[in-house]
Ligand binder design. Sequence first.
Ligand SMILES: [Zn+2]
Length: 473
Amino acid sequence: MKTNTHLEIDKAILGEVYTSTESMDNLTELCDEYGSRFPGTPGDKGSVDFMVQKLKSYGLENAHYETFKLPGWVRGKAKLSVIEPIEKELECISLPLCLAGTVEAELIYLAEGPVEVYERMKAEIEGKIVLISNRNLPGTRSLHRTEKFYRSVLAGAKGWIYMNQNPGVGPVTGGVSPIIPSLGLGYEEGMFLIRLLKRKGRVKVRIETTDKNMEMTSYNVVADIPGTSGGKEYTLVGAHYEGHDIAQGAVDSGSGAATVIEIARVLNMFRDKIKRRIRFVCFGVEEIGLYGSKAYVEQHIDEMADLRFMINLDSAAEHRRKGISLHGHPELDAVFREFGEEMKTELPQAQRVSPYSDHWPFFLKGVPTGGGGDPGGAGPLAIEFQHSKYDTLDKVDLRSLRDSAAQYSRLILRVTNLDEWPGKHKTKEQVNTFVKAQGFDDTVALIDRTKAYVRKWQVIHPETQAWLDRPEY
Ligand SMILES: [Zn+2]
């Protein structure tokens, strides 16, 4: 086995991480002082100033924020009423990017909404309000919320209700598009509707939403450790700092941002041992469309070729093993295995990529990317409150934050210091081939198909029109 050339610095990093509460102190400030940090809330900019100040106080170079525009959204009151055959009001919330509207129609329950159901049941779905679960059936292709949403719209749904499958945590949230009124519902309210459908055969409901879509500004927080080599090549570690507006976004992803900041703090203490520049980024607005990371990649497009590796630490404090998913870069398998052995740590790894977090805009530019977390899936303590209002600070424990900071700071140190880095940038063609092989091109095509379908409507809401006019990438 190779000798550990970073043993002394490993010991110092571990000592620092496990004798400090800085990561939890910062996360507490982010959550309890600034709330969700959702775009358009006062806490967004406040939290950004706080993070920049912290990074400066730790001695990071070039600590600053960058601004970008996004199609933002302001939550309004939402109402869900059963109107036939009984009358009853159910607690609900509108889903981010929902538009204002009222729709009355029969309810249809699509259960988990597997991919084949929308075509097969098109005649039944047409003109109805869809009720659908946020769970996927084991053994079937996992459909992201937005895919279920677009496929429902294409099948002719007039309203959309997304039901939480986790009891006791209220309605589930998650971004959609401003096309039809769309709600998040708690498990218990959903089960009531499902039973009512079974008992009565036919149920009519009314959805009333009052949300507003409008242009907003948000931020990416950026800082550097310059590296001793002076070369252009660098490594990037990032995570989104904002949460959903109904929560503190403590795990998803305040804990990711707090971990990025903690890694910046401890690695900067050993900056004379760091050969190549490390860039730290806390991204704004991941949840409703990756707007922060998309803007970052656009604003730094001429630096993508020099980016050795981008690691995304979304929701870093989840209770799970601290491994790494490499995004279609088998040439990196061996080197990460060696890193794990040298660190004498469990570093489960896999090759797998999803388009639903901040690595994605980097991935599309051919940059070798990876994500922290357990590639074997979430463990038995997986968060069931994700995207509910109970993603609060009390769900995060210091040990998990420390474990993340300890694991990924040592990993990033090795990534940036390795002299012969085997990672290869993909060409545009290679990216396209890869995306196709994974079936993600269907998802992208789905948005185009939905747009083409909606353009034929006789009445188009101005906020829907704005969405139609906006390019996806
Ligand atoms: Zn997240």
